[in-house]
Design a binder for this molecule. Structure first.
Ligand SMILES: NC(=O)c1ccc[n+]([C@@H]2O[C@H](COP(=O)([O-])OP(=O)(O)OC[C@H]3O[C@@H](n4cnc5c(N)ncnc54)[C@H](O)[C@@H]3O)[C@@H](O)[C@H]2O)c1
Length: 310
């Protein structure tokens, strides 16, 4: 099958491309390389450097490529930046998706898969979050992801294009950019790999649900095959504190030094985790990689690769 993967030069998207290529699919990657890297793109895939906000170009290339399915990972992912520049967030994450869907409906494609957020979707509610809970995004980033989901439902109702939305918890793994505001495992790993001291914001007791990228890739593989339509939480339901993350990364590096503590980031959620019963029952998906194992794999990548040139 011919599949277009937007954001396929990025952290998660490039792993999805690897899997789709390994499954024997013909993969075309759309990416503007704003945070992605051409060298992450599988050599079996074709990279087209395009910005999804360029309506005419997106229209032209999708008409040329004629993909059967589209997997949409291109997005600006910094929650803090979306607060500072909500228009920029919406241009990329809402209008970018609309440019793709308006071109895609004319082919038409057989299915749309979209990376959404579980961590920034449900607001401040008791954990774990389920898909039945009301969506209450508290940032422009969360609002733009929710808008994307609603637009996909519109294209399903109006043009019968089925969709699968995958609402990720905090994804971690090799190739994650350590210079963002999230991705604390990548951030700590890069600091410790270069002999620096890691700083934990606040007292380190805030928790998140960390899901390993291979498990997320598996959800994207299952999404190709399923007849299900709708949104699915993809996480582990396990809450891990920043202190525990630091301990795991430091242990894997053999570092005994303590982290420093800095001021808490304003507006930080105290806790977040996802209930994944729906993904288990409807997609047959469940997480496989335990946290300690996943951290080991990330640290190995930092020790063995040129990741420091990020
Ligand atoms: N990393 C996480 O924990 C996490 C959690 C929830 C959801 N997501 C979603 O998963 C997707 C991938 O995230 P990631 O962590 O791999 O981030 P990433 O920054 O590594 O990947 C995003 C990719 O999209 C590309 N891109 C950005 N804007 C573009 C544009 N206008 N046109 C074309 N390409 C563009 C970037 O160059 C990059 O390759 C995003 O949609 C993100 O919102 C990620």
């Amino acid at each position: 099958m011919k599949i277009l993967v937007t954001g396929g030069a990025g952290f998660i998207g490039s792993h999805v491309v690897d899997r789709y290529c390994a499954m024997g699919h013909e993969v075309v990657v759309f990416d503007n390389l704003s945070s992605g890297r051409a060298e992450f793109v599988n050599p079996k895939a074709k990279l087209v450097t395009v910005d999804v906000t360029d309506r005419a170009e997106v229209q032209k290339i999708i008409a040329q490529v004629q993909p059967e399915m589209i997997n949409h990972h291109a997005a600006h992912i910094q929650v803090g930046n979306s607060v500072k520049q909500p228009q920029f967030d919406a241009e990329n994450n809402i209008l970018g998706l609309l440019n793709i869907m308006e071109a895609a409906r004319q082919i038409p494609i057989k299915k749309m898969i979209m990376a959404s957020t579980g961590g920034a979707m449900y607001g401040n509610k008791p954990t774990p979050f389920t898909e039945e809970m009301r969506e209450d995004p508290l940032s422009p980033y969360g609002v733009s992801k929710r808008s994307g989901e609603l637009y996909l439902n519109y294209y399903y109702e109006q043009y019968a294009i089925p969709y699968v939305v995958l609402r990720y918890a905090n994804v971690y793994g090799p190739r994650q950019n350590p210079h963002g505001e999230s991705g604390v495992i990548a951030i700590f790993s890069e600091l410790l790999a270069s002999g620096k001291t890691a700083v934990i914001n606040g007292d380190g007791t805030h928790t998140r649900d960390y899901v390993y990228v291979d498990d997320v890739v598996e959800a994207n593989a299952l999404a190709l095959e399923t007849n299900q339509v709708g949104a699915f939480n993809i996480g582990t339901t396990t809450e891990i504190s920043a202190n525990q993350v630091y301990k795991a990364v430091a242990t894997s590096f053999g570092v005994t030094a303590q982290a420093q503590y800095g001021p808490e980031r304003p507006g930080e959620q105290i806790t977040s985790s996802l209930d994944t019963t729906k993904a288990k029952e409807k997609l047959g998906w469940y997480p496989n990689v335990a946290f300690a194992e996943g951290v080991e794999r990330v640290v190995e990548w930092y020790k063995s690769s040129n990741s420091l040139s990020f």
